[in-house]
Design a protein around this ligand. Structure first.
Ligand code: FES
Ligand code: FES
Length: 164
């Protein structure tokens, strides 16, 4: 099988690896880099469990080729997975709030939600309820614990607002 040598920058670290050009970013993250936080829920762009950030933009890693996220000439996209949400080992506000409010049931959807919340707060630190619901409309939870999850997300946003 033909493999290409690529370089990925994930959560601030560079990785060189040989991949089949048809491999999806999700598989390379999970299998080759052992970053198993991103989940495969549907494989057809409808659940959001595989969401990562590519240069700050929410991206479904189940539909992006690893090759497309790799260094290309002078361009090196920065990929952020849920493993990169914590701040130097300290829980991010969204992680703490999920714990405080019981935001996760089985937790399968949680990484995707956390990444989407991170992207939302980066572009809008003071989102309205409508903004939150709109931003999260592509993330599904099959356990349907949306009430606690939204409480956690609101608490995280409030904590971020109060942060120095
Ligand atoms: S696994 Fe990617 S959107 Fe569901
Ligand atoms: S907590 Fe189980 S899928 Fe969301």
């Amino acid at each position: 099988m033909h493999k290409e040598l690529i370089e990925l920058r994930v959560n601030g670290r560079r990785h060189e690896l040989a991949v089949d050009p048809s491999e999806l970013l999700l598989d390379v993250l999970r299998r080759d880099l052992q970053l198993t936080g991103s989940k495969r829920g549907c494989d057809d762009s409808s659940c959001g469990a595989c969401t990562v950030l590519v240069d700050g933009v929410t991206t479904l890693s189940c539909t992006m080729l690893a090759l497309s996220a790799a260094t290309n000439g002078p361009v090196t996209p920065e990929i952020t997975t849920v493993e990169g949400v914590a701040d130097h080992g300290a829980l991010a506000a969204i992680q703490k709030a999920y714990g405080d409010w019981g935001g996760a049931q089985c937790g399968y959807c949680t990484p995707g939600f956390m990444i989407t919340v991170k992207a939302l707060l980066a572009r809008n630190p003071d989102p309205s309820e409508e903004d939150i619901r709109h931003a999260l409309s592509g993330n599904l939870c099959r356990c349907t614990g949306y009430n606690q999850m939204y409480q956690a997300i609101r608490a995280a946003i409030a904590a971020e607002r109060q942060a120095p």
